[in-house]
Design a protein around this ligand. Structure first.
Ligand SMILES: [Mg+2]
Length: 380
């Protein structure tokens, strides 16, 4: 193992601090908590008839997509983001359930309250996932493993749902670890294990390396963490720009991104693909309203506000356009979001082609009543 594996690394650059050889100034303790098959598990919890059965949350219509699949459905190869048609073919007995975001948000708030008993440094990634920095935890518990066990037990007791936990010395490895013993499991990656753990994994499994980057890496002969580690910093920066340094260090199990409480996302959005193309303003408006509800629901539940509204339209021929409007200040209510969104939509009519997909996103974000919470993490 390389001596600098435990060293801390300032966010996104190469400066490191060493104490004695192989020792870092202060080892961080990071937990990544991830609810198991979240939406599907909530549905099975609330409807006993669904228990033990293959369930997909999402639309069953022709162009619907699976948002979450129960473990019974996963046995048949059903995965989230899979077209519903494909899912049904893989698993003919698959039961489709419409999403109930209010129910998922309620559970999300419950688990965040549990996290908050242990630390203020909570960075949610979605409704069912968060990083916790427990280096200085509020209960003075000695090990992150013990905290993770308590959190998982409380989640089970209070929500009747299971969560998996990954425990490590940085965010990158904690996230990999939570995936390692799913469902209802936990896994610890120690500083001694970190580099070897990364080595064996295909790069496509790395959080922060998306499908396009994976394809590009594979083309360059980089299939695994070990292949990635064999590349020089210069090579990676030449091919991947700013993200090159991030890849260089994660291949060594090094990631010094801090856990950012109240992290500000760049945008929040929602979109929907329709079973039949839309031709009239009225039809498009009716489909846009639930999308606006979803976006605003997210703003409400997270305290996020934004000032730029972007409408996305994908036509039947797959041509795509976006139209944006920025308001002077943050949008403070659903009505303002709806008015701006419908103005953008109305301006596109009359339309020559059918509409296949509509989306609304909100950017220029801030937190309601808060000042900026620092920079976004690199490489995601
Ligand atoms: Mg999950």
């Amino acid at each position: 193992m390389m001596p600098q594996d435990n060293a801390s690394l300032t966010n996104g650059d190469e400066t490191r601090t060493h104490e004695a050889a192989g020792e870092c100034a202060r080892q961080r303790k990071i937990i990544h908590i991830d609810m198991d098959a979240f939406y599907a598990s909530v549905e099975q919890r609330d409807n006993p008839e669904l228990r033990g059965k293959p369930v997909a949350v999402g639309g069953s219509r022709e162009r619907g997509v699976v948002a979450a699949a129960s473990y019974e459905a996963r046995k048949f190869g059903v995965r989230s983001a899979m077209p519903s048609v494909t899912a049904k073919r893989q698993c003919p007995d698959l039961i489709f359930v419409n999403p109930r975001f209010d129910a998922y948000k309620a559970v999300s708030l419950q688990i965040r309250e549990i996290f908050a008993e242990y630390t203020h440094l909570i960075e949610p990634l979605s409704l069912d996932e968060a990083y916790l920095d427990v280096t200085d935890n509020l209960k003075g518990i000695a090990t992150a493993t013990e905290i993770a066990m308590e959190i998982r037990a409380k989640i089970r007791a209070e929500t009747s749902l299971t969560a998996s936990a990954g425990i490590s010395y940085n965010k990158f490895l904690a996230k990999l670890a939570s995936d390692h013993r799913k469902p209802d499991g936990f896994f610890v990656i120690t500083p001694q294990m970190g580099p070897a753990f990364v080595e064996a994994l295909p790069v496509g499994k790395f959080h922060g390396v998306g499908p396009a980057t994976t394809a590009k890496m594979n083309k360059l002969g980089i299939e695994t963490g070990l292949d990635l580690r064999a590349q020089s910093m210069a090579f990676l920066q030449q091919h991947f720009g700013k993200a090159g340094a991030f890849y260089y260090w994660i291949a060594r199990g090094v990631d010094d991104r801090p856990v950012l409480a109240n992290r500000i996302r760049k945008s929040v959005g929602a979109e929907n693909t329709f079973a039949a193309d839309l031709f009239t303003f009225e039809a498009a408006r009716d489909e846009l309203l639930p999308i606006i509800d979803k976006v605003w629901g997210h703003c409400e539940s997270t305290g996020t506000r934004g000032r730029t509204v972007t409408l996305k339209i994908k036509y039947a021929d797959f041509q795509q356009i976006t139209r944006s409007q920025s308001l002077r200040g943050a949008i403070e209510g659903r009505t303002a979001l709806e008015e701006t969104s419908l103005d953008l939509l109305r301006a596109q009519f009359p339309m020559k082609k059918g509409i296949r997909l509509l989306g609304i996103s909100l950017s220029g974000l801030s937190l309601a009543g808060a000042v900026g919470a620092g920079q976004l993490p690199l490489g995601i």
